[in-house]
Design a protein around this ligand. Structure first.
Ligand code: G1P
Length: 168
């Protein structure tokens, strides 16, 4: 039908990178899904992007997170302030401010994370967004992660173990 522009776009995607996939064969949670990629990722840091979270930011979020990882060598989570009642929809982080105040773009040290807490006991109003830069140490932590909320192996619980060993 002469849709050459669309064809160009589809072809452009194939030029970006080699795309491989690994299938999570059982629905055992996000932490389990990440662990399924272990063999593919190997012993190096990696970016994790949850496809149902769409980011719109002036400075590309993942690029900033990769820069923070390069500067600190730590795993990096993306946090967003949300109305307190909304933390029940997300991982929720307890943080220590390294300098100044919690402000957009500021780096904070994560001291704890809890998956979808009840707002009345949530440690903060900072929600974990679906972008992560993780060190390979997460894989060993996920191996030790017991099923948590919803009976699933939660990435959040794996990250809670990771931060006992490495800064996040
Ligand atoms: C997942 C994570 C949660 C995170 C959220 C971000 O939850 O488990 O910690 O805050 O993604 O979108 P899900 O959206 O799969 O329920």
């Amino acid at each position: 039908k002469g849709k050459h522009d669309l064809l160009e776009q589809v072809r452009a995607i194939a030029e970006i990178a080699d795309i491989h996939y690994v299938r999570q064969k059982e629905a055992r949670g996000l932490g389990h899904a990440v662990s399924v990629a272990r063999e593919h990722v190997g012993d190096q840091p990696f970016a994790l992007l949850l496809g149902d979270d769409i980011m719109r930011a002036e400075s590309p979020l993942l690029r900033d997170m990769l820069a923070a990882h390069a500067a600190r060598g730590a795993s990096v989570l993306a946090l967003k302030k949300v109305p307190k009642e909304d933390v029940a929809l997300y991982g929720c982080a307890e943080v220590e401010v390294l300098e100044g105040e919690v402000a957009a773009g500021a780096l904070v040290e994560v001291r704890g994370v809890v998956e979808k807490p009840d707002p009345s006991v949530a440690p903060s109003d900072l929600a974990v967004m679906g972008r992560y830069v993780l060190t390979p140490g997460i894989f060993e932590c996920l191996e030790r992660t017991e099923p948590g909320r919803g009976g699933e192996i939660q990435l959040t619980d794996g990250i809670a173990l990771l931060m006992k060993e490495e800064p996040v």
